[in-house]
Design a protein around this ligand. Structure first.
Ligand code: 5GP
Ligand code: ZN
Length: 113
């Protein structure tokens, strides 16, 4: 087992509040929500960040965006929402397993949330 926090969540070693799961994608609530709805959507396979998406692994990213639309509907984010993926030090990425934040449930500012 590698030392990746989100791989451990995928494996069930660290518990999470799951919102959606299929063979390749998992979505769960962020432990420190920055908006009324704050969900993380991740590929189950370990991809470090958005800079590591290649023709070989990009299909799951397209699927993630299908899932994001479904989650937004089921969470009632009819007024809109934001999708954020922090990549690398300048963006403040803290978990180095590709993830997309879904933020919504209130008027968002021009900061990340
Ligand atoms: P980043 O800063 O890398 O873009 O986002 C990492 C996110 O993971 C943060 O919003 C942080 O609150 C969330 N996070 C960190 N550890 C855990 C955890 O153990 N469980 C859950 N559900 N979220 C976590
Ligand atoms: Zn990982």
């Amino acid at each position: 087992m590698n030392d990746c926090l989100f791989c451990k969540i995928v494996a069930g070693i660290i518990p999470s509040t799951k919102v959606y799961e299929d063979e390749t994608v998992l979505a769960f609530r962020d432990i420190a929500p920055m908006a009324p709805t704050h969900i993380l959507v991740i590929p189950k396979a370990h991809i470090p960040d958005a800079a590591s998406v290649t023709p070989e692994n990009s299909a799951v990213v397209a699927h993630i965006f299908e899932v994001i639309g479904e989650i937004a509907k089921s969470e009632g984010l009819d007024e809109g929402f934001r999708v954020v993926s922090n990549c690398g030090a300048h963006a403040g990425q803290t978990v180095h397993h590709l993830h997309f934040h879904i933020l919504g449930g209130r008027q968002l500012t021009l900061e990340m949330a």
